[in-house]
Design a protein around this ligand. Structure first.
Ligand code: ATP
Ligand code: LTN
Length: 328
């Protein structure tokens, strides 16, 4: 069985982009892959975090994993900082990456824009992400489109080290959804839907109330043409809503275009509200059930023990191949 690894940052507001780009894949892959899903709290501290809030957000994301259908009987679910191998391998990879290649990462460029100086952790963020992936001999990494460049860096590092030392790492591949790989902001379809955007109507969070979902969708930016047609270049707003509708309902974009031929955006949006509310209701219900349960803590502890056992084997191999420590 091929091994899958992915992670989500515990930074609140998990939204439709995270769900359609990444979490939906987590569930799809469980039956015929060995899956490891992580809550990447060490990535979250690359920007300032309130300690109390961070800890709550870790449990929020863990509960959401389970609520969308990640099954702890099939998949390992754990918190990154509970397995010391991530930070340890991160250092080894830092020593094999260059400031030049890290300076080219668009996420770093965006997040450090207009700042004279940025946290070193923000700069080495993609190296820690590579460590997460390589630590588990991962074959497949399900993520949203925005992570393509980071996956490419991870592959480069693995290949570079395999060539320089003994073969140490499996070279992973990214996996991206057809519909949902890049969900755009509802108020500005030229930007990706984001957790951190100020306008709450730019996103739909998985735990939003139906009234909020309705408001955000009805306000969503479209165009003045009034024709429900997929055309990213000229009609990015309605194209984004079509992608969301298609990903949530399983109806193809062509069938949706046919369904709304001759109808305006109002009818289309009303139906999309219904589809969204219906898709998110069971997730919210399951989330409420599990969020404050002892079961959730037990699942994460058990997951950390299983992940650590795999990580320790990889770290022993890395140390051996690099000549670190005293050897066996
Ligand atoms: P944001 O930019 O929204 O603040 P992020 O990308 O920093 O969030 P993560 O929680 O680490 O946040 O992302 C989790 C997963 O969700 C990743 O696989 C990422 O590619 C995916 N993802 C994030 N935003 C989108 C989006 N708008 N469309 C599709 N996938 C997305
Ligand atoms: N950088 C990712 C989160 C992340 C991740 C990973 C995803 C950290 N480590 C390992 C896949 C595999 C993001 O979405 N912002």
């Amino acid at each position: 069985m091929k091994r899958v690894f992915s992670g989500v940052q515990p930074t609140g507001n998990i939204h439709l982009g995270n769900y359609l780009g990444a979490l939906k894949q987590f569930v799809e892959l469980q039956d015929d892959h060995e899956c490891i899903y992580c809550i990447v709290d060490e990535h979250a501290i690359t920007v300032p975090q309130d300690p109390k809030e961070l800890r709550e957000h870790i449990l929020d994301v863990a509960a959401l994993y389970l609520a969308v259908g990640v099954d702890p009987k099939k998949s390992i679910v754990f918190v990154q900082s509970d397995v010391s191998g991530h930070a340890e391998l991160g250092w080894v990879l830092c020593c094999n990456s260059s400031t030049g290649e890290l300076s080219r990462m668009t996420q770093f460029k965006d997040k450090s824009k207009n700042k004279e100086s940025a946290p070193t952790g923000l700069f080495t963020y993609p190296v820690l992400m590579a460590a997460d992936i390589l630590l588990y001999d991962t074959d497949v990494v399900p993520v949203g489109n925005d992570q393509k460049q980071h996956i490419e860096l991870c592959r480069d590092l693995a290949i570079r080290i395999n060539n320089k030392y003994k073969k140490t790492f499996v070279v992973p591949e990214g996996r991206f959804m057809k519909a949902g790989a890049r969900v755009m902001a509802l108020d500005d379809p030229t930007k990706k839907m984001s957790k951190s955007a100020e306008n709450i109507h730019s996103r739909i969070s998985l735990l939003d109330e139906p009234s909020k979902i309705k408001k955000s969708i009805m306000k969503a930016t479209t165009d003045s043409e009034g024709i429900v047609k997929f055309d990213i270049e000229n009609k990015p707003g309605i194209s984004n809503l079509l992608s969301i509708y298609s990903a949530l309902s399983g109806i193809s974009i062509e069938d949706l275009e046919a369904k709304y031929e001759g109808k305006g955006y109002g009818d289309f949006k009303k139906d999309l509200v219904e589809v969204t509310v219906e898709a998110l209701a069971p997730i919210k219900a399951r989330y409420e059930e599990i969020r404050h349960s002892e079961e959730l803590i037990e699942i994460l502890k058990d997951g950390a023990a299983k992940a650590d056992a795999i990580a320790q084997k990889t770290m022993a191999r890395v140390k051996e191949n690099f000549g670190l420590g005293l050897g066996r």
